[in-house]
Design a protein. Structure first.
Length: 154
């Protein structure tokens, strides 16, 4: 009878499909690996899924995403046009941000509906965040000169 399975077997059956990817990647514990192996020995559907996942992983491992070599790709991504447009983009972004921030500060200062205490509180919060940001930025710029991992490629 199809409904004759015990509750524990049904729980294992329901979850082994989700464990197949972890099994292939070697992310399961020994007990979980054994559970998947025992289940796949008796279940044609899951053993077929496991074979398909293994085949897919092998195919993806052999595939190349681009016909260009890594050196050519790196040169194209770091040519003078890319650097110039990136610089212009950053300049426009920072300039616009400064204009919006300046206008916001101006409106904040001349707003009479807010009490002086609230204005000082907000100024302290945002001022503190700004000081922390520039402190971290300064430290990163200093460390960048001697960072032994800056030229490491993944």
């Amino acid at each position: 009878m199809p409904g004759n399975k015990t509750v524990s077997t049904r729980i294992i059956d329901d979850h082994v499909g989700e464990m197949l990817s972890g099994y292939i990647d070697g992310e399961l514990t020994q007990q979980e690996r054994q559970r998947v192996e025992v289940h796949c020995d008796g279940c044609m559907e899951c053993s077929g899924d496991l074979r398909e996942l293994k085949t897919l992983r092998e195919r993806l491992g052999r595939s190349r995403l681009s016909e260009l070599g890594e050196d050519i790709w790196r040169e194209q991504m770091d040519d003078s046009t890319v650097r110039a447009t990136r610089g212009i983009g950053w300049l426009l972004f920072i300039g616009g941000l400064l204009i919006v921030a300046g206008y916001g500060i101006y409106e904040f200062v001349i707003d009479t509906s807010m009490s002086l205490g609230i204005k000082l509180l907000f100024a302290a919060i945002y001022g503190g965040m700004g000081v922390l940001f520039f402190s971290v930025l300064r430290q990163r710029l200093i460390e960048r000169k001697s960072d032994k991992y800056k030229d490491v490629e993944i």
